[in-house]
Ligand binder design. Sequence first.
Ligand SMILES: [Zn+2]
Length: 93
Amino acid sequence: MNNLAMHRRMLGDSLVTSCLQTRRHLQRYLDGEADPALAERITRHLDACRACGLQAHIYQQIKTAVCRHATEPPAEALERLTAFAEALPRQRT
Ligand SMILES: [Zn+2]
């Protein structure tokens, strides 16, 4: 048994199931490009973690919107996104 490989694997597992790692791989996961083991860990994390689950939901909505507007300029979506971004600092204060 290779202790270093085992240690790396354990470290990898704990990192992948963290919020940071989940979000880092989220887009790849949603695009279906994550390897099956990673995808399963992310799926489990998204089930357990509401914050990351919401993040995944938002990504998917953006993805769907981008696909829908692929053949036409997404001016309306960009406008809405810009308005949303501009409203953010004011809502926080
Ligand atoms: Zn999380």
